[in-house]
Design a protein around this ligand. Sequence first.
Ligand SMILES: Nc1ncnc2c1ncn2[C@@H]1O[C@H](COP(=O)(O)OP(=O)(O)OP(=O)(O)O)[C@@H](O)[C@H]1O
Ligand SMILES: [Mg+2]
Length: 389
Amino acid sequence: MKPAREHSLLLGQSSVMIRLRELALQVAETDITVLITGETGSGKEVLARFIHEHSRRSANNFIPVNCGAIPSGLLESELFGHEKGSFTGAVQARKGYFESADRGTIFLDEIGEMPPETQVKFLRVLETGEFQRVGASQTIYSDARVIAATNRNLYQEVAENRFREDLYYRLRSVELQLPPLRERGRDILVLTEHFVREAELRHGISFEGFDAEAVDMLLRYPWPGNIRELRNLIDSLLVLEKGRKITSGILEKHLIQRSRHKSLVHDPSRSEKQELNLIYSSIIQLRQEMSEIRHLLQLLLHNRPQPSPLLLPGPASQTEAQTREPPAVPAETRTAEKQAALPSLGDIEKQTIIDTLKASGNNKRLAAKTLGITERTLYRKIKSYGIGN
Ligand SMILES: Nc1ncnc2c1ncn2[C@@H]1O[C@H](COP(=O)(O)OP(=O)(O)OP(=O)(O)O)[C@@H](O)[C@H]1O
Ligand SMILES: [Mg+2]
């Protein structure tokens, strides 16, 4: 028997993944059209390959096509082929992906991006297996099994007349939903281990492991980029933190650096859920910044004779402040004055809680998760700070 290829392993021991694997094996035995839905990076292509490799078609081609990446004017000729001279630039006849996938599987990723005129032709292929190359009159038949995928809400696309309703119902004969990584519990650790081993081999570096707090952080982070984000993170940790055990501090730094690259500007193609996840990533970033400020304030209060003129509202000019004699007041009074000028740790904590509640739409469960405290503690703090009164 041929060994399973790395990318079609479909790792995961969570109950939802066990069930999904069972379903995938069941549909693999048939030629039924499958629609795979799931957030970006959640493994839609991996699942499609898994189905192909467990089907009777596995010895033939698996052709992945990203409908969103091909300019709409070219998609039709890419999918169905064209005759020589059928359009400017068609210098010779070419067969399309459907012909190449004959007796194999064609994987149409980002199906929601398919332009309406191509959707009509595609529906006909699904129903009869027949089509014509662009510019040809001869009908061709292809026995390609179709698996489509989307990270958009296709139902909404139908409601807004961007996607044909008949095609939508035809596609969803079987719909397999990939859960986002944050809902896969300890699968995060199973995948982490797998990617660590894979990256160790690829880079020839050995990994020193995570400490307990870092493991906890891996389990709590919302993973807006799902498995792809986890895989890329492991890669950077291995290379950039070579020889170091990964603490929660190191991990947080890398997660923040990654989330800084993602813009929070509204992007209409992003789902509401993905937007929310980006907000959570930013909250984690905010928490880190707050804890850095808190740390600085503690240093100022306990270790320094004078507050830093760079951080605190002080006299008119720094030079003046540096040359001025300390005032002749008792030490306790000076400390009390300094403390009055600074927000207390309680104030900072209260503000962090208010901001987090706001960002999570007052969802206490999510806010507690983001803050890294239990829901019960959050309720206690809300009460004691009088938040929302
Ligand atoms: N179950 C899994 N086991 C191991 N690796 C996985 C699994 N699922 C996904 N991956 C890895 O995660 C990455 C993203 O997977 P994939 O490309 O299938 O996601 P996708 O849902 O198609 O993403 P997109 O929406 O961006 O097209 C790949 O590197 C893939 O190898
Ligand atoms: Mg994909």
